[in-house]
Design a protein around this ligand. Structure first.
Ligand code: RP5
Length: 174
């Protein structure tokens, strides 16, 4: 509770980024944009960065280490190929890390998925589907995490799911 107003504490009301979306390359943005836009729809501000576990390791570590202090509550990390970024983030922050494997040219993202999902016990990365469905679900999972402490987000998530259900049931097939 906010001591001054007795209103429930709603982190979104501050307008500060609550979710960090980090990706291994700017080439991941066309897919990860779907996650960013969905979080925008929920009114959840995001920090967005292209940082690589391999090409910019020091900057990636610095960003991950400082995430909690900057007010982030969840990290979505996307990478493709030898996809180590999500694991590296999870190694340096206790925040929940949601990994999105990018579809790669040679192995269609199976390389990304296996690199990301096979974390050693003790350092979890919640790994989602390859590509856009994973990006969307990581965003919705971030919303679900934040909804636990924010009634406005919880209601928005309920409304989103109800609208999705109505859309499926209303669909007319040829
Ligand atoms: C990974 O390598 C990135 O996450 C990207 O999915 C993949 C290819 O990167 P670019 O060569 O397009 O920069 O690090």
């Amino acid at each position: 509770m906010n001591k001054e107003t007795s209103a429930p504490f709603t982190p979104t009301a501050t307008g500060k980024p609550l979710v960090g979306i980090v990706m291994g390359s700017t080439s991941d943005w066309p897919v990860m944009e779907a996650a960013a836009r969905l979080l925008d729809e929920f009114g959840i501000a995001t920090e967005r960065r292209a940082l690589s576990a391999h090409r910019t390791p020091d900057a990636a570590l610095e960003w991950g280490r400082g995430a909690g202090a900057r007010g982030l509550m969840v990290i979505i990390a996307a990478a493709g190929g030898a996809a180590h970024l999500a694991g590296v983030m999870a190694a340096v922050t206790p925040l929940p890390v949601l990994g999105v494997p990018m579809e790669s040219v040679s192995l269609k993202g199976l390389d990304s998925l296996l690199s990301m999902v096979q974390m050693p016990g003790g350092i979890p990365v919640a790994t989602f589907a390859i590509g856009k469905p994973g990006a969307l679900n990581a965003a919705l999972f971030a919303v679900a995490i934040l909804a636990q402490g924010d009634e406005r987000i919880r209601q928005a998530l309920d409304a989103y799911r109800a609208a999705q259900t109505r859309k499926v049931l209303a669909a007319q097939l040829p």
